[in-house]
Design a protein around this ligand. Sequence first.
Ligand SMILES: [Zn+2]
Length: 295
Amino acid sequence: MSRVLFTSIGAALLATMLGMPAQAQQRPQIETTKVDGTDNVYIFRNGNHQSMFVVTKDGVIATDPIAYGRPNGGQQYVDEIKKVTDKPIKYLIYSHHHYDHIAGGKAFKDAGATIIAHKKVTEHLAPLKDPNTVLPDQTIDGKKTIKLGGTSVELLYLGPNHSDSNLVIRLPKEKIVFIVDTIPVGSFPGRGMIDFFPLETEAFITKVLALDWDRLIPGHPGQPNGRLGTKDDAKNVLALYQDASAEMRKMGQGGKCWDEAEKEFKLPKYESMPGYANGLPMVARRYCALWGRGT
Ligand SMILES: [Zn+2]
């Protein structure tokens, strides 16, 4: 108990020193909240990662265990679901293959869930044999609709974007989409650029904008205050990627990649966004690869 107290005081002190808002200082590590205006849609947050789950009269459809580096994180998520409902967890959907979102699925499998993901998830992860990540039981390519207890959940593959395995998970009735990492809400892209598909992502966001939805649940809490995203956020992110691409194109085609271009690359229009300073070199390198290397 005293250690927990000490740790939270330490975190609050650090947050104060870093000038973080009061709300961020007081956030618990784990939090489950019902999405406003829905009967049965929840967000489970663990630290700076979050996922969506839907409770129906016949069982639960969950997404992303978000337990990378947290050996008990999957079980903690299952326990949070059990606080909301005594219905069984029928499905666990992986948003894409990155461990920070999908490690920890064993607790769901043990609870009887069927794990579903895009087929590339298995292709990428089977050779790696990660001890903390359970491979999917079923894979899809294209579209699948899960119907359970009066709720429909659509799984859509709309081409490569943040990775080549990202699904759009859409609730048609609630007009909500769960999209992880490709469309950061209110923050600048960062490390996720490493295996990002620049041109395909522009096509992907255009397809996402054409779908019927009002609110976007991101895989990392939206800025500020953990807000959900809107179509305007998606349009802004598309513009950001297009601006980054256009800026680096000049330098890449001018023979300045890597070193000179990476040093010169700036996007002043976005410099007030959270994550700009840390993310800028990642964005620069990815677009240098595109325009200065052809990759
Ligand atoms: Zn990712």
